[in-house]
Design a protein around this ligand. Structure first.
Ligand code: PXG
Length: 465
């Protein structure tokens, strides 16, 4: 068999049997899926032998890069020792305990917001379901069962289960599931480009955008509000980086009304923003922190919630049985891989490397992209970056969504050996933390090439002059 017939065969089986997530099935069957067959370092290869620089770390998760033997060894050893046992019925296992202790030691400890406890799941979505359950249980135990409402934001992504998609602020997801479920509501996102007033500074906008939380709390009635949830930097929404003033003001408002603060760090934790946990970067103190993805660098599914002392104390001391959990809560193999992953990140000092080396260099190189005629704004935060494609650089006039400018650009990225995500008219990256500066140079060169080719297409289409 040659690569081509092999690929066609897999594609045919794929469309015959595999319904992909977030996919127009009929459309994919016409095109045939790209078959990714192997990976090493920061590159993946497809079945036709194309080598592609993965500037999305799989899906925001392969922080230590591909092909790390330590993680495979950890899984193998644990599978041979104890591949599975549950954590229900008063049993536990060694890797789950060790990982919980390790994660608690990595979380910055701040007064009553210190973290000693972990609740495990297998994904970010499940973790956010656990958050909803835990937040409601907390207020019930405190004798305030009327505190049910969780406030989130438009264009947030918190997962794809019924609770996760409800917490998320994606209108397309709500429309298909009769969502959100009751007692979840949304405020506007802190997206400067879309929502700033003329002449407003970023800092002023940050304070005003956080103020939408207070308005919503007052509208609902403070004694009915249970929690606010947000991603430190919105990922799937298009790398929306809030102004520096935003999170401290959110913290002030949450404290003023006594509501719980949930930091969904499924993307932002584990070095992505230069810290083990991203709330440290933005200077706030959450009560619950959602994690998944890079806790294992995506090598095996694992998620969970870091439970701060304020909540843990009530659940433990006033508790009784918490009627919630998953077969795979504390899965020994997943936890063993996570431990090996975290130890590897510690040895290679990846969060520090991002903070002191990669993030400043990415910021410098990414800023150059803002000179391109197609780019209205290019920003980074830690080791994520987003840029917006505009029709007119001076006025920041945007393209009509029917042009699908992001998709055109994404096609040129793929076609030239680069994986970059398109979210509407935003192009985003979240590269592996093992990159060297020369890898960043290669990535920027490929992004510039894709921008040039997109510009040429748009000229031919009469969209730009
Ligand atoms: N919270 C956040 C902040 C996420 O980014 C989830 C929760 C859900 O995690 P699971 O493991 O259940 O998928 C996520 C996931 C995209 C994309 O297109 C992003 C995610 C998932 C799928 C696609 O950028 N983030």
């Amino acid at each position: 068999m040659n690569a081509m017939t092999d690929t066609r065969h897999i594609q045919a089986l794929d469309s015959a049997h595999f319904l992909h997530p977030f996919t127009d099935f009929k459309d994919l069957a016409k095109r045939g899926a790209r078959v990714i067959t192997r990976a090493e370092g920061i590159y993946v290869w497809d079945s036709e032998g194309h080598k592609i620089l993965d500037a999305m770390s799989g899906l925001w998760c392969v922080n230590v890069g591909y092909g790390r033997k330590e993680l495979a060894d950890a899984a193998y050893q644990q599978m041979m020792t104890l591949p599975f046992y549950n954590s229900f019925f008063q049993t536990t296992n060694v890797p789950a305990v060790q990982l919980a202790a390790k994660l608690a030691s990595l979380a910055p400890q701040v007064g009553d917001r210190s973290f000693k406890h972990v609740f495990y799941s297998s994904s970010g979505s499940e973790s956010n379901d656990s958050n909803v359950r835990m937040v409601r249980r907390y207020w019930d135990l405190l004798g305030q069962p009327q505190r049910k409402v969780i406030i989130s934001r438009n264009n947030a992504y918190h997962g794809s289960t019924m609770a996760g998609a409800s917490l998320g602020g994606m209108s397309g997801m709500h429309a298909q599931g009769d969502l959100p479920i009751p007692n979840i509501t949304h405020i506007e996102q802190p997206y400067f480009l879309d929502h700033a007033l003329p002449g407003e500074s970023k800092d002023e906008f940050g304070i005003r955008a956080a103020g939408w939380l207070e308005q919503k709390i007052l509208e609902i009635g403070p004694d009915r509000v249970a929690a606010f949830i947000g991603e430190p930097v919105q990922g799937a929404g298009g790398v929306i980086i809030p102004p520096d003033t935003y999170w401290p003001e959110i913290q002030r408002i949450a404290d003023k009304y006594g509501i719980l603060l949930v930091s969904d760090e499924v993307i932002c934790a584990f070095g992505r923003l230069g810290h083990w946990f991203a709330y440290e970067k933005f200077g706030y103190k959450p009560d619950l922190v959602t994690f998944a993805k890079a806790v294992t660098s995506g090598y095996i599914p694992l998620g969970g919630v870091m439970v701060g002392d304020r909540v843990a104390k009530v659940l433990i001391e006033q508790g009784g049985e918490f009627n919630h959990g998953y077969t795979y809560s504390g899965h020994p193999v997943a936890c063993a891989v996570a431990l090996a992953n975290v130890e590897l990140m510690e040895r290679e000092q990846l969060p520090q490397k991002v903070l002191h080396n990669l993030a400043p260099y990415l910021a410098e190189r990414y800023a150059e992209l803002a000179d391109h005629p197609l780019v209205g704004q290019a920003e980074t935060c830690g080791f994520v970056g987003g840029l917006v494609l505009v029709r007119n650089k001076k006025t920041l006039e945007r393209f009509d969504s029917s042009v699908a400018v992001g998709m055109i650009c994404r096609g040129h990225c793929f076609g030239n050996g680069l994986i970059m995500r398109a979210v509407g008219d935003r192009m985003i990256i979240s590269p592996p933390l093992i990159m060297e500066r020369s890898d960043i140079d290669d990535m920027i060169r490929l992004i510039k090439l894709a921008l040039d080719l997109t510009w040429a297409d748009l000229k031919n289409m009469g969209q730009v002059s």
